[in-house]
Design a protein around this ligand. Structure first.
Ligand SMILES: NC(=O)c1ccc[n+]([C@@H]2O[C@H](COP(=O)([O-])OP(=O)(O)OC[C@H]3O[C@@H](n4cnc5c(N)ncnc54)[C@H](OP(=O)(O)O)[C@@H]3O)[C@@H](O)[C@H]2O)c1
Length: 220
């Protein structure tokens, strides 16, 4: 499968790219607003993986989306909608958009979830996605640092939410291919807010408690 990571030059993009390349046979397309930056990141990820490096390319976000059927919007939450709009002509019905984004602010007591008016970033993404291109929420509760430290054995759940059965099945299957990850069904897209809202809690726990760096969740 061809997977695009829009803004794949950033933290979660790096973590997901490294894990997908190492653990699966899928081709990864790193996207960026600056193609040269994407190429440099793709080269750096391939170098890090050495013999484990599968197929990885770097390009503009538009080209990465054009090449892929699963497109992960790994950009800051406030730019998810504008990024989807900027690649709209690269999307075709049947493509799947994935939203790992979480909208939160840091206050005096720590991070607080602050969803957009759509209810969640994933729902805002769905409102801007073209017809026939479903949005699936996933990966919000994974810590980029934990993913990018490849020697780190992860044991974490990825809650998958969405309204399109085939799209959620595709993302569930992909997430389950990552070593140590268990993808679980979190319900429809309207339930995504409760998944996104877990992330500020994880970050606050990590900041306030020794030994809890790069926390994930496992539901047992
Ligand atoms: N970091 C984590 O641990 C983590 C975990 C789970 C979920 N997430 C979510 O994943 C998303 C990305 O997080 P991140 O930490 O990877 O973010 P990040 O490193 O700050 O940014 C990711 C990429 O977004 C692109 N970007 C920056 N400003 C932009 C703009 N104005 N318009 C379009 N693209 C822009 C940049 O790529 P180019 O400059 O190359 O275009 C950047 O490399 C966020 O929504 C976050 O909530 C993060």
């Amino acid at each position: 499968m061809e997977i695009a990571l829009l803004g794949g030059t950033g933290d979660i993009g790096e973590g997901l790219a490294l894990r997908f390349i190492r653990d699966t046979d899928h081709t990864i397309h790193i996207g960026s607003r600056t193609p040269e930056k994407a190429t440099a990141s793709a080269d750096a990820y391939a170098t890090r993986l050495g013999d484990d490096a599968g197929e990885i390319t770097g390009s503009s976000n538009e080209t990465a989306a054009e090449r892929a059927s699963v497109i992960v919007c790994s950009v800051p939450p406030e730019y998810v909608v504008s990024t989807i709009e900027s690649i709209e002509s690269s999307l075709t019905p049947g493509d799947v958009l994935v939203s790992p984004a979480v909208s939160m602010n840091r206050g005096p007591g720590g991070f607080v979830y602050e969803p957009p008016s759509a209810g969640s970033v994933a729902q805002a993404a769905a409102q801007s996605a073209p017809d026939g291109v479903p949005v699936v929420g996933a990966f919000q509760n994974l810590a980029a640092g934990a993913l990018a430290s490849l020697e780190n054995e992860i044991t974490a759940d990825v809650v998958v939410t969405g309204d399109d059965e085939a799209a959620t099945a595709t993302v569930t299957e992909l997430a389950n291919e990552l070593a140590g990850i268990r993808a679980i069904d979190g319900g429809g897209l309207a339930a995504t807010a409760s998944v996104e809202a877990l992330t500020p809690l994880l970050i606050n726990l990590a900041m306030n408690n020794d030994g809890m760096h790069d926390l994930g969740v496992r539901f047992e």
